[in-house]
Design a protein around this ligand. Structure first.
Ligand SMILES: [Zn+2]
Ligand SMILES: [Zn+2]
Length: 130
């Protein structure tokens, strides 16, 4: 199933004609920093292309042949790159239902001390009642 997505400001857009697979959340300290969150929510892509604003992208090299593509106007992290090719996308940048759900949490041994993964904290559809 084809998937589309883009950044917060709308400058950069993409599509993945072959859809997504292997969705996971990595809780390692590097992913927490680069995605500024509890984890990376990320899936591999098939048939990826940038459809708008590729000139607004920057690539930050994370290690070896790997990098993260982000919009330099709004800062959204959009994709992971390996050897110059897009390898996967951040689930938060996908429009609507990506057609996959997170299959695994990895590097949980180094998760943030405040991160409660599916634990006993209350869950709200919106905010708590005030
Ligand atoms: Zn943007
Ligand atoms: Zn990680």
């Amino acid at each position: 199933m084809p998937v589309t997505g883009g950044c917060f400001c709308g400058a950069v857009r993409y599509r993945a004609d072959g859809g997504l697979r292997n969705a996971r959340c990595c809780h390692c300290s590097r992913c927490r920093k680069i995605f500024s969150g509890a984890s990376s929510a990320y899936a591999e892509v098939e048939g990826f292309s940038w459809t708008k604003g590729e000139d607004s992208l920057s690539v930050f090299k994370t290690h070896a042949d790997w990098g993260v593509c982000f919009c330099r106007l709004c800062g959204s992290t959009l994709a992971g790159q390996h050897a110059g090719k897009v390898h996967g996308v951040t689930l938060g940048s996908v429009d609507g239902d990506p057609g996959v759900a997170v299959q695994m949490h990895i590097y949980v041994g180094s998760k943030a001390p405040w991160d409660e993964i599916g634990a006993t904290a209350p869950q709200y559809d919106e905010g708590p009642e005030s």
